[in-house]
Design a protein around this ligand. Structure first.
Ligand SMILES: C[S@@+](CC[C@H](N)C(=O)[O-])C[C@H]1O[C@@H](n2cnc3c(N)ncnc32)[C@H](O)[C@@H]1O
Length: 285
């Protein structure tokens, strides 16, 4: 038990109460949720193709750590019916919501677990691990590093080829938030702070000797794939709103943002604190 645990518990108990099974639980921005989910689906496709190329044809075990209300698991269940799925969630109210989706489904298990505990995976050895905005909920840099090591060591160990399980992280970083706030400052707008229940990561957070970026000839995800969307929604939209309707409350998911974020190339600049990183576990280098 850490001094910051009550902040996380209180926040997510409220989220569970207010958002229930909604996709907007933990993510009010619909475009971000949609693009996070699409990126996870593309990642699983790339993993399945890579495993097949390496002669691994058994259905992989996919673990969603900090699975929240189980939204991502439900999308994966529909898109890839042969996958074996496990969600791990610390907050009881969110875990109950996730479990309620899969009450009669033997392919999906929901477990209680704390990613700071090395045994959080309860002896399971996932082939694939997903973590969507979870490390930033650990409000201590050392806990974040330990949790990363726990996740790496939970996935399948490297085989004779030196390749082990696959990992995907959507996490937020300090430097692009500072850059986004510089762009806002050009128009005299206040900086956006991280949410009170988040601690953003340093740029080199994933420089770990047992992680190798996962890329193939046909799969090359861009970590900054939300950059344009952040610039449009947190700079341009804010400027236009301020100029024309200074007293209007902040509006999420506006037509303006949906239009421009779809019309422009997605990964321009480095303005999105929320970034995508995908890896394979390898032997320590
Ligand atoms: C930002 S939410 C994301 C939830 C889900 N992945 C989604 O996309 O909606 C972060 C999740 O991590 C969970 N979490 C926070 N600290 C945790 C910990 N120490 N161990 C396991 N899960 C944790 C929270 O309860 C919450 O469900």
């Amino acid at each position: 038990m850490k001094a910051y645990d009550h902040i996380i518990q209180e926040h997510y108990q409220r989220v569970a109460r207010e958002a229930g099974l909604s996709p907007q639980s933990t993510m009010a921005d619909q475009i971000i949720r949609q693009r996070e989910t699409e990126a996870i689906l593309r990642f699983i496709e790339a993993v399945l193709a890579d495993r097949q190329a390496r002669g691994l044809t058994d259905p992989p075990l996919v673990m969603d750590v900090g699975c929240g209300n189980g939204y991502t698991l439900s999308v994966l269940r529909d898109a890839f019916p042969h996958l074996r799925l496990v969600g791990v969630e610390k907050v009881d109210a969110l875990r109950s919501l996730a479990a309620s989706r899969f009450a009669d489904d033997a392919q999906v298990r929901i477990l209680a677990g704390d990613v700071r505990d090395p045994d959080f995976h309860q002896g399971l050895r996932p082939d694939v691990l997903i973590s969507q905005r979870v490390l930033i909920n650990l409000l201590d840099a050392e806990d974040q590093r330990r949790a990363l090591a726990n996740m790496i060591h939970a996935v399948r160990e490297p085989d004779a080829d030196g390749i082990g399980g696959y990992l995907l992280f959507w996490e937020s970083f300090q430097t692009p938030l500072a850059r986004l706030n510089e762009a806002r400052a050009e128009f005299g707008m206040d900086p956006i702070p991280p949410a009170h229940h988040n601690l953003y990561l340093p740029d080199d957070f994933f420089a770990h000797p047992e992680l190798e970026p996962f890329r193939t000839a046909t799969y090359q995800p861009q970590p900054n794939m939300l950059s344009t969307h952040y610039f449009v929604s947190r700079v341009l939209h804010a400027v236009v709103t301020r100029t024309f309707t200074p007293d209007a409350p902040f509006k999420r998911n506006s037509h303006f943002v949906q239009f421009l974020s779809s019309a422009l190339p997605p990964a321009v600049g480095d303005y999105a604190p929320l970034k995508l990183y995908v890896f394979r576990r390898v032997r320590p280098r």
